[in-house]
Ligand binder design. Sequence first.
Ligand code: CP
Length: 358
Amino acid sequence: MKTDSFKGRDWIDAEIDYTGEEWETLIDIALDLKKGFLLGEDHTHILRNKTLYLMFFNQSLRTRSTFEVGIQQLGGFACNLEPGKTYTPARKGFEIPYKTERISDVARVLDRTGDALAIRMYGEPAHWIYGFANATIKEFAEYMKIPVINMECDKFHPTQALADMITIKEKFGRFKGLKFVMSWAYSGSTHKPLAVPQSLVLAPTKMGMDVVLARPKGLELDPEVINYCKKFAKQNGTSFEETDSMEDAFRDADIVYPKSWGSLGYFARADKTGKGMKKANLDGMKELFEENKNWICDKKKLSLIKKSGIYMHCLPADRGMEVTDEVIDGPQSVVFDEAENRLHAHKAIMALTMGGRL
Ligand code: CP
């Protein structure tokens, strides 16, 4: 297994930048680490004395706990830099004297003392400007030699996608020939980025599954992401389709992933000239959500998928809105396997990008 290509690399737009073969390597390493963990093996030699900086601009249960625990299990340390308790890192033009510190300065400080930096940022801390958080993470990377890891931005959630691919590999033993459905689902909150659905159409098309994206009108994904999906499907000789019917999409699916996300039409964006900025309108988005309240994954819809099919969700799930209790707690649900695999996915990413001794 060739692992040299990973050392020192960022993990930001990983579904696009890493090859399918590299994803397979990460999945294999994660599954090896998981097996060793379950057997009680000591893995502390892998990243002994290495420091991982964590920077969460948003709340988290799974990502935070598994990165912190994961680096310790590999022999390193996690240092949590809580924006607001440190000077909040800010891009040029968004600075407040003695409250923020320019990203280029923060990055060059941390680059001297740590071995990797992992960042979560979307939504309010990124002013609900679509792409702002992704660009912020890349700005850190521009000033750092150590790897920068995207723990979810406003465009992608690649650590989640890796954990989900690991879960699918465990359940089916393969990717080819599987029908994967990413579907929008209703939520009482419009404050959700497009990170999960965009990562969860890119990763399965890259891994060779036949992918269907189901979404109501007005909740389309970024056209750039759709173009990549079409490109990956063409390269793999598989299919990528879009529909506005959850039921049609679910029919004979092997995997369904119903999850809410916000509308690109209501997030702040640069206008067509690139000069002006349309403001985010999250309240306006509410009306669109309410029109599509029937987009819930219930027992009737789940009965359309294959008997051997599985229900996936990254969690936290909005029970009674995105999904019924009966489905998420039912026999086809693998949501806790996905959460568990976050630990092993993150350990594989850290071990490979931070130059671990495997
Ligand atoms: N799925 C996920 O990223 O969970 P957290 O928000 O709890 O980290």
